[in-house]
Ligand binder design. Structure first.
Ligand code: CO
Length: 134
């Protein structure tokens, strides 16, 4: 059911230093910061040959990643995102298997303008999993 790894998201305390690490030390292709106001994050996209890394920093008081950064002040891996071809079919299948689909089991439009849904980390071996309809 799952296809390509779309991205790995890392929450960072300092976008400038994280961008420098990926651009200058790792030699990757790194975007300028993009504010995604409706998602409460500022994102830097790191383009790799086969996938991308998203460096996330909280934007606004109600950012969904603010508490994560408080609990992980050095930053850390936040979620992985796998592509699916049919998100509604994926939600149905995973719900039937007893996995908890966050957001009441309803997909929403994610950071790339495509339908996404998140699965409870306790149902993903301690990892927050995002599914994106590719
Ligand atoms: Co994501």
């Amino acid at each position: 059911m799952i296809g390509n790894l779309n991205h790995v998201a890392i929450v960072v305390p300092d976008l400038d230093s994280a961008s420098r690490l990926y651009r200058e030390v790792f030699g990757a292709d790194v975007s300028t910061p993009v504010d995604l106001v409706e998602h409460g994050v500022t994102t830097v996209f790191v383009e790799l040959p086969n996938t991308r890394i998203e460096l996330l920093h909280p934007l606004g008081e109600n950012s969904p990643i603010r508490r994560f950064l408080e609990n992980n002040p050095d930053g850390g891996m936040h979620h992985v995102c796998y592509e699916v071809t049919d998100i509604e079919a994926a939600i149905e299948r995973l719900s039937e298997q007893g996995l908890r689909v966050l957001g009441g089991g309803t997909s929403s439009i994610g950071a790339h303008g495509k339908p996404v849904v998140f699965l409870h980390p306790k149902d993903g071996i301690g990892t927050l999993i995002e599914l994106e309809q590719a």
